[in-house]
Design a protein around this ligand. Structure first.
Ligand SMILES: Nc1ncnc2c1ncn2[C@@H]1O[C@H](COP(=O)(O)OP(=O)(O)OP(=O)(O)O)[C@@H](O)[C@H]1O
Ligand SMILES: Cc1ncc(CO)c(N)n1
Ligand SMILES: [Mg+2]
Length: 546
């Protein structure tokens, strides 16, 4: 059962036909299928919960998310100001548009504002097959506003829950579904999970990907304890019909918990779409919510009691987009300082002092090159140098170590031919960071361009003792690479005050500057040497061959 396994269920036998059809279509198109969640939910104008949370959660988990909007809410961090239900036949139309065209793996439901909408959804699920149904039985927002009234309870209980592979009520929703029973302790939550399991959900779930003991899974219940009174941990109870699992994480002290429920359910759906077994999907989802809350605990959006959090873990002030003024500017390559800890140690100065002096002397970009440092020390040095560079608007790149660049939030990396390929570094670092690649040949320059680099470093132009076994390419080699490169070039290797002028005066196309190590750092006075070289480069630039 390699793809599209047989789904067994009390009423979902129609699944099989569709799965055979869809795998045939995928074969015909020849493309890879992408894990796909369809969120059937309401819109939250404040974008912390509902459809917006679902889209962000799926994006963060690397899964495609299509959307059927059941209701539009005017909502913010204060509460829900108004609700406008989308007509049922229009919900049906959206479902048909998505499901008739796209291969959806998992449907996740949020706000279903009327019995009619639930019926429309169930009808669609008899026409188009999916692998699993995740039901978040949204009823009341944290602000106390009603999102689905009590008239819907019996439809949830009798028609929706029996179709769900997992249902994820919070404490209030579990209580409402069970006729208003009291839920105040973890023991009450266990009891509720068992009672809800008896109502359904009992659809047998097949990931369709993995064989073995995880292949078939019974319907599941997750009672979420985010709102459990007096609880130090955030405790959720998972029950699969056989075993209870008490899933605990630390309770993050934050006001930014709006949309945790929607996010958790979407993340479960996303993991199922990737082929995870149910318990794994739930554990990953809980860990993801905890991580996102911890990251976002101090962000401030809105003036109400419950704020949204950051699903993509990128908004915190201090992330680079707040500091760098603009994208990579090739003229920053003009005087490129590459550090060397051995040299700085020899002259009795710290790396930060050396970098500060180089910047003061006119260095336009700095690369931190640490071949022997322990990772922890390298990271600390990177952070301190970054503070200096940021305060002067000078980009800081890290030699070779993409992990250190990421951890320190430096402006980018410079990689050699035997380091990580530029394309992989680009995937890890994202579109904003700077990537430079050392290239000796036209082919390497071409490859750097294809891989998404921003500039290339070409050399060694002259022989140098900062790099062992590094053949020089000379001025001719530099000329060849510069003429063919689609990227800006910085010349490197044995360049100093006595030869920098010659390099610049050649007027090579794309050559934007020179990179130097010893000429700045194997000297007693870094500030004076950098100033001298800067003046010389200015002079040479004005007289270069046009
Ligand atoms: N402060 C917190 N720290 C850590 N985890 C939390 C916190 N608050 C909620 N959670 C977790 O978030 C998930 C969602 O639980 P919660 O009970 O808040 O759902 P919900 O009420 O449906 O959320 P919402 O209606 O705001 O979308 C659960 O896994 C819960 O344990
Ligand atoms: C649209 C919408 N769906 C779900 C919730 C529950 O958080 C909400 N507040 N708003
Ligand atoms: Mg909820």
């Amino acid at each position: 059962m390699a793809s599209g396994g047989v789904i067994l269920s009390n009423s979902f036998s129609f699944y099989q036909k569709r799965i055979v059809m869809s795998s045939r279509m995928q074969e015909k198109n020849g493309g890879a299928s992408i894990p796909h969640v369809l969120s059937v939910a309401g819109s939250d104008s404040g974008a912390g919960a509902g459809i917006q949370a679902d889209l962000k959660a799926c994006a963060a988990r690397g899964v495609y998310c299509s959307t059927v909007i059941t209701s539009v809410t005017a909502q913010n961090t204060v509460g829900v100001q108004a609700v406008h239900a989308v007509p049922e036949d229009f919900v049906a139309q959206q479902l048909k548009s998505v499901l008739s065209d796209m291969q959806v793996d998992v449907v996740k439901t949020g706000m279903l504002p009327s019995v009619g909408v639930v019926k429309v959804l169930l009808q669609s699920l008899t026409e188009f097959s999916v692998r699993a149904l995740v039901v978040d039985p949204v009823m009341v927002s944290t602000s106390g506003d009603v999102l689905a009234g009590p008239s819907i309870l019996s439809t949830f209980r009798e028609e929706l829950l029996p179709m769900a592979n997992i249902v994820t009520p919070n404490i209030k929703e579990a209580s409402a579904l069970l006729g208003g029973i009291r839920l105040e302790t973890v023991a009450d939550m266990r009891n509720a999970a068992e009672l809800l399991h008896a109502l359904g959900p009992r659809v047998v779930y097949d990931t369709g990907f993995s064989l073995g003991e995880n292949l078939l899974q019974n319907g599941n219940v997750l009672v979420k304890g985010g709102d459990l009174p007096d609880s130090l941990d955030a405790v959720d109870i998972f029950f699969n019909g056989e075993h209870f699992y008490e899933l605990r994480s630390s309770r993050i002290k934050t006001r930014n918990t709006h949309g945790t429920g929607c996010t958790l359910a979407s993340c479960i759906a996303a993991e199922l779409a990737k082929g995870s077994p149910m318990l794994t999907a739930v554990r990953v989802a809980k860990r993801y919510v905890e991580t996102a809350l911890e990251y976002s605990k101090d962000i401030l959006i809105g003036n109400g009691i419950q704020g949204p959090f950051d699903h993509l873990l990128r908004l915190k002030s201090g992330s680079q987009s707040f500091h760098r003024k603009d994208a990579f500017n090739p003229s920053d390559l003009f005087l490129y300082a590459v550090t060397d800890s051995g040299m700085n140690k020899k002259w009795g100065r710290s790396m930060v002092d050396a970098v500060a002096a180089a910047i003061q002397g006119g260095a336009t970009i700095v690369q931190l090159r640490e071949k022997d440092a322990e990772t922890r020390d390298f990271l600390e040095t990177a952070k301190s140098c970054l503070a200096v560079c940021r305060s002067h608007g000078v980009p800081l790149l890290i030699n070779d170590r993409v992990d250190v660049a990421l951890a320190s939030d430096a402006d980018g990396v410079h990689v050699g031919q035997s380091d990580m390929p530029a394309s992989v570094a680009r995937t890890l670092l994202g579109p904003e960071k700077i990537i430079g690649v050392s290239c000796k040949t036209i082919e390497q320059a071409q490859q750097a361009w294809i891989g998404g680099a921003d500039y290339i470093g070409s050399g060694g132009v002259y022989s140098t003792n900062t790099k062992a076994n590094n053949p020089t390419i000379g001025l001719d080699g530099l000329k060849t690479v510069c003429s063919a490169s689609k990227l800006p070039v910085v010349a490197i290797g044995g360049i100093n005050a006595s030869n920098a002028g010659t390099v610049i005066e050649m007027g090579l196309p794309n050559l934007k500057g020179v990179a130097v190590v010893s000429a700045l750092f194997d000297r007693e006075n870094v500030l004076a040497e950098t100033k001298k070289l800067h003046a010389l480069l200015m002079e040479a630039s004005s007289s270069k061959i046009q």
